[in-house]
Design a protein around this ligand. Structure first.
Ligand code: MLT
Length: 254
């Protein structure tokens, strides 16, 4: 199987251990901004926009997690980075797990943030199909209005997140919804991931309940769990210091 990668838009900050921060759905690289002042003196931060989001190309078709992992691999090659720490948020975590399976030798460590390893169940798949139809017919407003209040437990962040979702491109949203719906169950290869891994989750996450990252941490070879109070699905925005500390602990464990 060959995968046609695209050239992702990205920004870089700082120097040191390379860490690639991979945003979730349907967002873009700006979600990581609160972490920049906390990490850029200690690491080289690479922030891509996944295909279909931010300033990256928006191709037609289904964005499988494996295909998006290929885009990350192509960016690492462009930057001549042999091994990287991948910090993946939610869908970015699904992509990071696909990368870990395809390119274990390119991985120095993993931070899995507000994410899970299991595939969608039939209800989740049906709900994604409904959202695809809704976005095709009426654009992003229903998704943005419905999703933003569930992303965070901090009321002040709801409106900025709603606006962020409204910046997404319908084709990118549709491509990644289809890709998430058909992603495989990564639980099968979790035990084979041998790099140090921190699993970070907000205790108030209304999108991915805390039991799922807890289970993922148990199934991983060398993982520890950081549960963050007063955080929902967006701990890098809600509790940036706690997330930065967890990532710093990860890179100091090498
Ligand atoms: C995300 O935050 O990336 C998505 O909500 C994850 C998902 O829909 O499974």
């Amino acid at each position: 199987m060959t995968y046609q990668s695209v050239n992702l838009a990205y920004e870089e900050h700082g120097q040191g251990t390379p860490i690639m921060l991979v945003h979730g759905f349907p967002l873009n690289r700006s979600i990581w901004n609160p972490l920049l002042p906390l990490l850029e003196n200690k690491a080289r931060l690479i922030l891509p926009d996944l295909r279909g989001f931010g300033q990256s190309p928006v191709p037609e078709g289904t964005y499988t997690m494996r295909l998006m992992a290929e885009d990350l691999r192509a960016l690492l090659d462009t930057l001549k980075i042999d091994k990287v720490v991948l910090a993946g948020h939610s869908m970015g975590g699904y992509v990071s797990l696909a990368f870990a399976q395809a390119y274990p030798h390119r991985l120095a460590g993993l931070a899995l943030i507000s994410t899970q390893a299991a595939a969608d169940n039939p209800e989740a798949r049906a709900s994604r199909e409904k959202t695809v139809e809704e976005v095709k017919r009426r654009g992003l407003k229903t998704l943005a209005d419905g999703m933003a209040p569930h992303l965070t437990c901090q009321p002040a962040l709801v409106e900025p997140l709603r606006k962020l979702i409204m910046k997404a491109k319908p084709l990118g949203v549709i491509g990644s919804l289809k890709g998430m719906a058909e992603r495989p169950n990564a639980q099968e290869w979790l035990p084979s991931i041998t790099v140090p891994t921190v699993v970070i989750a907000g205790s108030e996450d209304a999108i991915i309940p805390i039991e799922r990252p807890r289970l993922m941490a148990q199934l991983l070879g060398r993982a520890w769990l950081v549960e963050t109070a007063n955080a929902g699905h967006m701990p890098m925005m809600e509790q940036p210091q706690a997330v930065a500390n967890a990532i710093l602990q990860l890179i100091s464990s090498f």
